[in-house]
Design a protein around this ligand. Sequence first.
Ligand code: GAR
Length: 197
Amino acid sequence: MSRLNLAILISGRGTNMDQILRATTSEDYPARARLVLSNREDAAGLEAARAFGVATETVPHTDYEDRQSFERAMHEALTRHEIEIIALAGFMRVLTPWFVEKWAGRMVNIHPSLLPDYPGLNTHARALQAGDSEAGCTVHWVSEGVDEGDIIRQARVPVKSGDTPATLANRVLEAEHRLYPQALAEACRYIIARQAS
Ligand code: GAR
């Protein structure tokens, strides 16, 4: 079976990364984890990735004078590792059209809301403020507009009375952990089928 070389980009604790890494240990999974890349040297997920035996790289955005030189450095690392698909997993830098174009159709993201509702930050507080009865998460292709790309899959969770942004975030995060490996596999199969045709 064909398997794509996967890079996971993180900025923090990397719990979604962890779930994806576990999924890739199955021979049936349509991607192999080749690289975990972070823009932050202190991202806790880097340690977890190393413990998993996956190559890691850090490209600190603070080392570069502008976004494009930062992204060129990331692009160089991704190319060096022969990456074929990127999963953004809590990667908290907005990407420029230059980078998005380079990886068009080969980069997916997870966002903690039911897009198109609540793109950007503070999604759970905004859902509670609006009195929503449901919340959730979305895996989507990355396009130029932030959190605007085509949706691959979503998962829904109830909002419960007494929820705070933190309790809702935990419930949504559990749904993210189930959703992301499946939705990423779907994206990989789509790319593999496209390459074969
Ligand atoms: C996740 O909830 C993810 O959806 C969110 O950051 C968290 C990362 O957690 N991403 C965004 O808000 C992207 N705009 P993790 O590091 O434990 O996977």
